[in-house]
Design a protein around this ligand. Structure first.
Ligand code: NAD
Length: 261
């Protein structure tokens, strides 16, 4: 592993436009389960519950499930804190090495760790958005309205539209701004660090494929507990293990390198 970390530090230190693509695996060490690992969320919840069709059929049922998941501690994003992997990426941005993070996560932990250029590809589950006028409300306010008995499926205070978590559900489009910025960043990038994602969800999984197809192709570094579904096609440097451990050691190698030059 030490040689892979040294090689990655070299590639990053000499890069011009390094970016990261992160997924649920970067937050498991913060106590938030991912979807597909053993014991992940899909072993406890039917993925269909996160489809837009089912939400629209019965929003109260969705909100009840949301509150149950939260109170069971199984998916309580508000109580989780960033871990060393989030902090390492934030530090790499401060050092001028990492230009942006495209995250599939909806947990706000990159921002809380201090990362500034964060593209929320799948939205953010700590906000609710009105499906009609798009105005936003902290999700905890919506939860409080349900728990107080005011409504089982709260509506927007401005226009009366239905409120939905501001995360992308199955069957919904990726927010156009996030999609556009991701495409621009992928075109510019020369190094892509993929962390904690199985690369099974599209179009996010298209990003590593697209950076390998452009000329010149970017170097793809992958940090995962299990190799992603695309590692044979896209990954140049594969580091298997804990994101917190590997990214902390990578940061240390980068800081040592910067101090030496
Ligand atoms: P996934 O569950 O399909 O894959 C997670 C990947 O992370 C796996 O390859 C696993 O081996 C790896 N992993 C798990 N723990 C790790 C660790 N500590 N260190 C390194 N690697 C680790 O997740 P995905 O590809 O992100 O797709 C799931 C979708 O679900 C995403 O689109 C995301 O929006 C959503 N999701 C988000 C959160 C969150 O915001 N924290 C949590 C669950 C799901």
């Amino acid at each position: 592993m030490e040689d892979l970390i040294a090689k990655t530090a070299e590639v990053l230190a000499t890069s011009n436009n390094a970016i990261a693509l992160t997924g649920a695996g970067i937050s498991t060490e913060s106590g938030i389960p991912d979807f597909r690992s053993p014991g992940g969320l899909w072993t406890r919840v039917d993925p269909g519950e996160f489809s837009i069709d089912r939400f629209l059929q019965n929003p109260s049922r969705f909100w009840r499930m949301h509150l149950d998941l939260k109170s069971s501690g199984d998916f309580d994003l508000a109580s989780a804190d960033p871990n060393p992997a989030h902090y390492a990426l934030a530090r790499m941005e401060q050092m001028g090495i990492l230009k942006c993070i495209i995250t599939q996560n909806v947990d706000n932990l990159h921002q809380r760790a201090g990362s500034v250029e964060v593209v929320e590809f799948h939205g953010n589950l700590l906000r609710a958005a009105c499906m009609k006028c798009r105005s936003l409300e902290p999700i905890e306010d919506v939860e409080a309205r349900i728990e107080s008995g005011e409504s089982e499926a709260p509506r927007c205070r401005n226009c009366g539209g239905l409120l939905k978590p501001d995360a992308v559900f199955f069957g919904e489009a990726i927010p156009s701004r996030a999609l556009m910025i991701s495409q621009v960043q992928s075109q510019k990038c020369d190094v892509l660090i993929v962390v904690g994602t199985s690369l099974q969800v599209y179009p996010a999984a298209q990003i590593p494929l697209s950076v390998k197809l452009k000329h010149p192709p970017a170097v793809v570094v992958e940090v995962n507990r299990e190799p992603s579904s695309l590692h044979e096609q896209v990954t140049d440097i594969l580091m298997i293990g804990s994101a917190g451990d590997i990214l902390s050691r990578l940061l240390e190698a980068l800081e040592t390198r910067v101090n030496l030059h």
